[in-house]
Design a protein around this ligand. Structure first.
Ligand SMILES: NC(=O)c1ccc[n+]([C@@H]2O[C@H](COP(=O)([O-])OP(=O)(O)OC[C@H]3O[C@@H](n4cnc5c(N)ncnc54)[C@H](O)[C@@H]3O)[C@@H](O)[C@H]2O)c1
Length: 287
């Protein structure tokens, strides 16, 4: 198995910044690279804010935090960021052509032993692997938001991913103090988001068929299944507009009528009732 000493995270947004931080906190030398200098500055400030809160809560010591920040370098040069890397985690904008271009560039610049993983929520690694000359070293490494808090990471093996790459990725996830699960085959949505999607679909089916109300369905999930939040409250939190767009894209891609945004979601979307962000969704919120 490849020994990992240096990690490179490409893309310093919501996900990349915190992936870099958990890696630095675990003792790795980390480069966080972004093409946008402003985004790197925002990432640095936001990470200091998160870590200061952890220090004041006694979760980590000032010394640990200082050591982690000393191991974490914020750079705009991709060449510098990957020159001596062992493992690259890509967390840039969710666009296939931009990611393919980046993977080809990293492949050209990084040492031949380096693994290149994508944190994409929807793009499976086989769609990126053939942009490189190391397809067996390409896989998905899917973190959950917020990365500093959420423990699970899905490692997804594409048809081209070698066992050695998958094993190294699983081991790395453990080393950064997260819990890995290994998906032996690619599937869109991976495991956690597929299960969540099925739960939400069923909740909407029960509502649209007048079996129970929004409140009652949420109560069944919180009080019988012990979920921290019901599916409708969760839709309000993540945004009904986001759910609408995702289903619309899935429908356009597959042509499957079952993937179309459901009636209640479409109605709320067209009424501008997106959930918490607009003050009204399945529930009403006082601003
Ligand atoms: N946001 C989530 O909840 C979430 C959860 C899991 C996975 N993801 C996945 O993580 C990835 C990043 O999502 P995000 O929410 O952090 O995005 P974001 O928009 O917050 O950040 C993306 C960053 O990538 C940078 N970038 C764009 N093109 C680049 C390039 N060619 N080279 C270097 N940097 C570049 C941008 O400047 C920006 O700072 C996506 O693939 C997304 O599917 C997101």
């Amino acid at each position: 198995m490849t020994e990992i000493k240096q990690i490179t995270v490409v893309g310093s947004g919501v996900m990349g910044s915190q992936i870099a931080m958990v890696s630095a906190l675990a003792g790795f030398d980390v480069y966080l690279q972004d093409i946008n200098e402003e985004s790197l500055k925002v990432a640095e400030d936001s990470l200091h804010g998160h870590i200061n809160k952890r220090i004041s809560k006694g979760k980590i010591s000032l010394l640990e935090a200082e050591k982690a920040f000393a191991r974490l370098k914020f750079v705009t040069s991709l060449e510098k960021a990957v020159a001596e890397t062992d493992f690259v985690i890509e967390a840039i904008v969710e666009k296939l052509d931009v990611k393919r271009q980046l993977f080809a560039e990293i492949d050209r610049l990084a040492p031949s032993h380096a693994i290149i993983a994508t944190n994409s929520s929807t793009i499976v690694s086989s769609k990126l692997a053939d942009a490189t000359n190391r397809p067996e070293k390409i896989c998905n490494l899917h973190f959950f938001n917020p990365v500093l808090v959420m423990e699970l990471v899905e490692v997804v093996k594409g048809p081209q991913t070698s066992d050695e790459t998958a094993d190294t990725a699983v081991e790395l996830v453990k080393q950064i103090n997260k819990t890995p699960i290994l998906l032996k085959k690619e599937i869109s949505g991976f495991v956690a988001n597929r299960i969540l999607g099925a739960l939400i679909d069923e909740a909407i089916y029960l509502l649209e068929n007048d079996i129970a109300t929004v409140e009652e369905i949420d109560l069944a999930c919180t009080k019988a299944l012990n979920h921290p939040i019901g599916p409708f409250a969760l839709l309000d939190l993540t945004g009904i507009d986001v759910n609408y767009y995702i289903r619309q894209v899935l429908y356009e891609e597959t042509g499957d009528e079952n993937q179309k945004p459901q009636k209640v979601i479409t109605e709320k979307y067209l009424n501008g009732e997106y959930g918490r962000k607009t003050g009204k969704g399945f529930y009403s919120y006082n601003s």
